[in-house]
Design a protein around this ligand. Structure first.
Ligand code: BTN
Length: 267
């Protein structure tokens, strides 16, 4: 069975987002590829999946390890009609959809490290990179590319040495999951969340808060070369992390160019 057949067999018949799925053997980055398609007018619901990425990208200019046939490397184009500040909760919403999809196909309950990492135990299972394009004339969002990478079949030795102690995969957690079934679950969940992204914002963010492993942790917040420490108290409905700093201030941290670390490790 081809990979596309596997996805379509797992999707309900005539699913609106089952029509424009592009499967590539190798690409630099599915997000970069999807952005080019979106610029050429590709419709909402276009999905790009690759078996291998040679330049998988993460937040803050980091790379995302994407060895052949080991992970799901997935990008989706959406075209929400709104301003960018109405989509502050987009990455969190995608995290909820990804965590639910993983649970559906593997039975494993993954957490979300604010703002964009999927975690199992204390290790990183995957990541999310959402990229928006704004129409300069209208200041509205032209398209969003939602990129999701999930480690499926890697063993420890398949990860680059520098992330070996912090990375995990579904296989390492004992789940043998088909990437096609996981892709289909993601398409269904993302479709559902996309339909409810404005009307059900509070409920989606409640789901985020219930899966967010950062809340309650002592953390370090890194912004450029500036660092402060504190306790993560909650996440608001726009996806900002509320932190009580060690000097007593209540700080709202928007994801932007911020990276967080637990005081004692990755989580
Ligand atoms: C992160 O860890 O900071 C986010 C990682 C996002 C990786 C996915 S894999 C599919 C899509 N294409 C990319 O180049 N990045 C995303």
């Amino acid at each position: 069975m081809t990979f596309l057949n596997e996805i379509n067999n797992a999707l309900p018949p005539n699913h609106p987002w089952g029509q424009n799925i592009i499967h590539l053997t190798t690409v630099d980055s599915t997000n970069t590829y999807a952005k080019k398609l979106a610029q050429q007018g590709a419709p909402e619901g276009t999905v790009v999946i690759a078996d291998h990425q040679t330049g998988g990208r993460g937040r803050m200019g980091r790379s995302f390890s994407s060895p052949p046939s080991m992970g799901l490397y997935f990008s989706l184009i959406t075209r929400p009609h709104c301003t960018p500040d109405q989509l502050m909760h987009l990455t969190c919403s995608v995290g909820v959809a990804a965590s639910i999809s993983v649970e559906q196909v593997s039975g494993l309950k993954s957490g979300i490290k604010w703002t964009n990492d999927l975690v199992l135990g204390k290790k990183k299972l995957g990541g999310i990179l959402t990229e928006l394009s704004i129409d300069p004339a209208t200041k509205l969002v032209d398209y969003a590319v939602i990129g999701i990478g999930i480690n499926c079949r890697q063993g420890e030795a398949d990860f680059p040495e520098e992330i070996r102690t912090i990375a995990t995969s579904l296989a390492m957690a004992g789940a043998n999951v088909s990437r096609g079934a996981l892709a289909a679950a993601l398409i269904e969940e993302l479709y559902r969340i996309n339909q409810e992204i404005f009307s059900e914002k509070e409920r989606i963010m409640d789901l985020f808060r219930s899966r967010c492993v950062t809340i309650g942790q002592d953390i370090s917040v890194l912004r450029g070369d500036h660092v402060f420490h504190g306790k993560a108290l909650s996440v608001d409905n726009d996806g900002a992390l509320l932190v009580r700093s060690t000097d007593g201030r209540l700080v709202s941290v928007a994801s932007g160019e911020v990276s967080i670390r637990g005081m004692y490790g990755y989580l």
